[in-house]
Design a protein around this ligand. Structure first.
Ligand SMILES: O=C(O)[C@H](O)COP(=O)(O)O
Length: 316
């Protein structure tokens, strides 16, 4: 049986699949060529990340497809319900990348409180007066320890983010419409573990109490953070979106950055992805990464292995 991993798959996945007799193709086929490629090569399983779109038209055009696999969490690039109605297996790897996304959130947070994104852009090639001037501009940094992190959406990634926050001495508050009470266990390198009981709050309470806010919600029709929510925040808050472009209103964000309501933002995802707006790209208070939350060797190795295990169970 042939599998096309159109957005790539880690060697861990290829090894497991090949050992079970599958043939894995890792060619990247352009979206418009996919239908022909899948049919001409008798592909029965299509694996994607977030780049390849698997919409109704493609599903209809490939009657021999048995499985669509998402190496990652968000399935907004796949017409999941339609594919399942048509009898296809649709799978993802919901747990494998949480730790990596959470670490990227902290890269943005630590970068934000010390102006790393702007310092990197401005470090002078010459002249010690510019250096001294920059040293002054970036003198008002702050620490994360002791501050409050508000987590909006307390699924696997939200919880992994909370775990790091608790581990570095932050207070965590969270909002999740489905969770009222929970516990986070923080494990240390020596095997010790400390449990923190946490109670959910309303979105407004979380937003108004937080020094930093991180979003961990799926793609949805409405903004989760827009003009109203920015007005409820503390002055000088830092905000990170490593969830989905479109859950954060970027026009309202730029206004909030310009008024000083928001001190900095870290964005890994964009309303207009993969071509973020110029106002976002050029903004001196925004730290940006190109949707790389899950892009670590460790996460991709886990994703590849988890996808392969599911495929072997379902199709072997
Ligand atoms: O939903 C996800 O798993 C993340 O957004 C990662 O997407 P990627 O696989 O395209 O990096």
């Amino acid at each position: 049986m042939k599998i096309l991993a159109n957005d790539g798959i880690a060697q861990s996945g290829i090894d497991k699949l090949e050992a079970s007799g599958f043939e894995v193709l890792t060619t990247t086929v352009a979206q418009e060529q996919l239908k022909n490629f899948i049919n001409e090569n008798s592909i029965e399983a299509l694996l994607v990340r977030s780049t390849t779109k698997v919409r109704k038209e493609l599903i209809d055009a490939c009657p021999n497809l048995k499985l669509i696999g998402r190496g990652g969490v968000g399935m907004d690039n796949i017409d999941v319900d339609y594919a399942r109605q048509r009898g296809l297996f649709v799978i993802n790897t919901p747990a494998a990348s949480s730790g990596s996304v959470a670490e990227l959130v902290f890269a943005h947070l630590y970068g934000g409180v010390r102006f790393l994104y702007d310092a990197n852009r401005n470090m002078p090639l010459d002249g010690d007066s510019k250096f001294k001037q920059l040293k002054k501009s970036y003198a008002a940094g702050s620490e994360l320890r002791g501050k409050t992190l508000g987590v909006i959406g307390f699924g696997r990634i939200g919880r992994a983010t909370a775990k790091i926050a608790l581990g570095v001495g932050m207070k965590v508050v969270f909002f999740d419409p489905f969770i009222t009470e929970t516990e986070i266990a923080v494990e240390f390198y020596d095997g010790q573990s400390v449990s923190f009981p946490l109670k959910g709050m309303s979105k407004e309470e979380v937003i108004s109490q937080s020094d930093f806010i991180s979003l961990h919600v799926p793609a949805q029709k409405e903004y989760v953070i827009g003009k109203k929510e920015f007005s409820q925040m503390k002055d000088g808050v830092g905000i990170v979106n490593a969830a989905r472009g479109g859950v954060l209103d970027e026009v309202a964000l730029v206004d909030a950055l310009e008024s000083g309501k928001v001190a900095f933002a870290g964005l890994d995802v964009f309303e207009s992805e993969p071509t973020p707006e110029i106002r976002i790209l050029m903004h001196p208070k925004i730290s940006m990464t190109p949707h790389i939350g899950a892009a670590t060797g460790e996460a991709q190795t886990r994703i590849g292995a988890e996808l392969a295990d599911q495929i072997i169970t379902l199709l072997k």
